[in-house]
Design a protein around this ligand. Structure first.
Ligand code: DX5
Ligand code: ZN
Length: 220
C-alpha cells in the first residue's frame, strides 16, 4: 500500500509570516502545499489570488496542490499553470463542461482534480473518473477553514474508492476540511490517500510535530 500524504492548507498560515510558514512545511514531513483560491462568488469568502500564489511558489519546495473555489475556472487554467501549480482542482458544481476542463488542465501539464461539495453524490463521477487524477471530497462546506468535519464523508470515501476500483482508475482521494488526529485513521482506512489539514496544523504549538504525528496516524 502506498503511503498516505499530508497537505497543509496555507489558508490557515500566518500571512504576515508567510515565508516562515512555507519554510516550516518545506522542512516538515508534509507532502504537498494545499492552496485555496476563493472568488467570493462560488463561495461566500475571498482568500487570496495570483500574486500571493506567486510568492508561495517562489519558496515552496513541494508539490503545489491548488483548489479553485471559483466560477468559470476555465478562464484561469493557463495562469495557474504559469504560476507553478502542479495539481489544479476545479469544483464539479462550477463546471458545465467538466470533461473539456480536465483536458485543458492536462494540456498545461498539470494533474487534474475535481472537488465535490458535501451534498454532491460521488455517482456523478461515474463517466469521468478515468480522466481524473484526484478527487477532493469536501468534508466541510467550502469557503472557510476551521469548520467541523461532516461525518457523512466516511461513506462517501468508501463509495468513491469502490467506484475507482470498479473502473480500474488510478485516481487519488483527497479529504478537505476539519481533518484532525481524531478522524485521520478512519479516513485513510476508508480509502483516502491525501489529507488536507489547515487549522489543525497551523494553530498547533509545534507544527512540524503535528504534521509528523498526523502522517504517522494516517499511515498506521
Ligand atoms: C475550505 C478549504 C480547506 C480549508 C481546510 O474551503 O478548501 O482547504 O483550508 O481548513 P481546515 O483544515 O481548517 O478545515
Ligand atoms: Zn481546500
Amino acid at each position: 500500500m502506498s503511503s498516505k500524504l499530508i497537505a497543509p492548507s496555507v489558508l490557515a498560515a500566518d500571512f504576515a509570516n508567510l515565508q516562515r510558514d512555507i519554510e516550516m512545511v518545506n522542512q516538515s514531513e508534509a507532502d504537498w502545499f494545499h492552496i485555496d483560491i476563493m472568488d467570493g462568488v462560488f463561495v461566500p469568502n475571498i482568500s487570496f489570488g495570483m500574486p500571493v500564489l506567486q510568492a508561495i511558489a517562489k519558496h515552496a519546495k513541494k508539490t503545489i496542490d491548488v483548489h479553485l473555489m471559483i466560477v468559470d475556472p476555465d478562464r484561469y487554467i493557463k495562469t495557474f499553470a504559469e504560476l507553478g501549480s502542479n495539481i489544479l482542482t476545479v469544483h464539479y458544481e462550477a463546471c458545465t463542461h467538466l470533461h473539456r476542463t480536465l483536458q485543458a488542465i492536462k494540456a498545461e501539464n498539470m494533474k487534474a482534480g475535481v472537488a465535490l461539495n458535501p451534498h454532491t453524490n460521488i455517482n456523478v463521477l461515474e463517466d469521468i473518473i478515468n480522466d481524473i487524477d484526484l478527487v477532493c471530497l469536501m468534508s466541510v462546506n467550502p469557503g472557510f477553514g476551521g469548520q467541523s468535519f461532516i461525518e457523512n464523508t466516511y461513506s462517501k470515501v468508501q463509495q468513491l474508492k469502490a467506484l475507482i476500483t470498479r473502473k480500474g482508475a488510478s485516481t487519488l482521494i483527497e479529504i478537505d476540511g476539519g481533518v484532525t488526529n481524531k478522524n485521520a485513521k478512519a479516513l485513510t482506512q476508508a480509502g483516502a490517500d491525501v489529507l488536507v489539514a489547515g487549522s489543525y496544523v497551523f494553530k498547533s504549538n509545534n507544527q512540524p510535530e503535528t504534521i509528523k504525528d498526523l502522517k504517522a496516524i494516517a499511515n498506521s
